[in-house]
Ligand binder design. Structure first.
Ligand SMILES: [Zn+2]
Ligand SMILES: [Zn+2]
Length: 145
């Protein structure tokens, strides 16, 4: 079954669309229903002015206030990926657990090409994020939190 691309950023915990060498990857992680009351999507808490607290260390359910630690929650989610392999140009798609490993000191989501088994790494681009923040540009990666 082909992956259904997200319609709205509001449904997502993470979204990134980037080039990787000669290939590219679009990656997204959908928000998950509250495991306790199943009435609402888990999300970052909102601040006093109703803005989402992107840097919050936990996720909360807006319906019942069930709270889960950020890392624990994000590790339990599923990442959807549509990619073009940088090694063999194969175009594929897959879903993997949203578990990031530290590779060369960077938090990385690693998966393998379905055709040639090459490792494909989605790394948080911290330096670019900071530079964009300074300039006041909005980055897709800001959704990472
Ligand atoms: Zn709930
Ligand atoms: Zn490949």
């Amino acid at each position: 079954m082909p992956l259904k691309e997200p319609e709205s950023m509001n449904e997502l915990v993470y979204f990134s669309n980037r080039s990787i060498g000669e290939g590219k990857a679009k990656v997204w992680v959908e928000r998950q229903q509250c495991p306790k009351c199943k009435k609402a999507l888990m999300g970052k808490p909102k601040g006093e002015e109703g803005n989402i607290m992107i840097r919050a260390k936990e996720y909360v359910c807006p319906a019942c206030n069930y709270t889960v630690e950020k890392q624990e929650h994000e590790d339990s989610l599923t990442a959807s990926i549509i990619y073009t392999c940088p090694s063999c140009k194969f175009e594929g798609e897959k879903q993997i657990p949203n578990k990031r490993k530290s590779i060369n000191g960077a938090q990385t989501l690693r998966f393998q090409c379905d055709k040639c088994d090459a490792n494909i790494d989605i790394t948080k681009k911290m330096k670019e994020m900071k530079a964009k923040k300074k300039k006041g540009e909005i980055s897709e990666d800001d959704l990472v939190g």
